[in-house]
Design a protein around this ligand. Sequence first.
Ligand code: GRG
Length: 298
Amino acid sequence: MVFSQRLKQSAAAVEARLDAVLTQVAAAGAPDRLVEAMRYAVLGGGKRFRAFLVIECAAISGSDPNHAVHTAAALECVHAYSLVHDDLPAMDNDALRRGKPTLHVAFDEWTAILAGDALLTLAFQMLADPGTHGDPAVRAQLVAGLALAAGAAGMVGGQGLDLEAEKLGLPKPMTIGHIERLQAMKTGSLIRYSCEAGAIIGAADEEVRQALRTYGEKIGRAFQIADDLLDLEGDAQTMGKSVRKDAGKATLASLMGREAARQHLLHQHTEAIGALEMFGTRADVLREAADFVVTRRS
Ligand code: GRG
C-alpha cells in the first residue's frame, strides 16, 4: 500500500520535472518536432520504477527525497531512450509501447532515432546541472556511474549480446550463464544504478552503498525474469506492449523452463530482501517494491 502511494508520488514529481526540463530544451532552440517526439517518449506513461528507486534509495541514505527528483528524471530519460531504440525495426521492431504506438510508428524512424539520442544526451546534461546536487564531486560521480551503467559494459552491451543471440544465434550453444550475464547488463545495470545513484546523492557510506547495490542487482535480475514470464503469460492490453515476442529469444524461461525460471525469480527476491536487513523497518517500502517486481502484471 505504501509502495503504490510512493510510486505514484515519485512518478508525479518526476513527470513535473521532465515537463519543465523539456520546456527549457524547447526554449534553448531545439526543433519543435524533436521536442514533441521526446515528450511522446518520456512523458507517455510508464511505471517510473527506476525513478522510485532513485528517490527511495536517496531517502534511506539520509537525503531529502526532493533532492533526488532531478537524478530520477535523468534516469527515466535514459530508460525512455532505450525503449525507443529497442522498438526500432532494426532491433525489436515493435509497434506498441506503454499502450500507444511506438515512437517510430507515431512519427517515423529518423525522428525516433534522434529523439532517443537527444534523451540520452539530456540525461547527462541534467546530471551535470548544479540543480542536481550542490557538490560538483557528487555530480561527477552521478555522471560517471550512469555512463558505466548505460554504456558498452552495461545496458548497450547487454542489448548487443541480446541481438547477437537473436539475430546471429550466438553463442552456440546458449548457456544459462550467458543469459544471466546478458540480462544483468541489459536490464539489471540501469536498475542497480538507480539504487546506487540514490546512495550517491545521500553520500552514503560504503556499507550502505554496497547493500543498495546488491538490492538493485537482485531486483534487476528478478525484473527481467518476471518480464520474460509476462511475455509468455501476460496480455498485451494489461502490459501496454506486444507479448509473445520472445519466441526464439535467449531467456531463462526458454532455456530452463517456466517453473525453474519462477523459482529463480523467487530466489532473487529473497536475496534482495536479505540485502536490506541492515535498514530494519526503514526499508519496508523497498521490500514492498521487491514484492511488486515478482507479482506485477504490467
Ligand atoms: C536500445 C541501447 C538499447 C537498449 C535497450 C531496456 C532495453 C535495452 C530493452 C527493452 C527490452 C525489454 C522489454 C527488456 C525487459 C525489461 C524492461 C526494460 C522492461 C521495460 O521496463 P518497464 O517495465 O517499462 O519498467 P515502463 O514502460 O513501465 O517504464
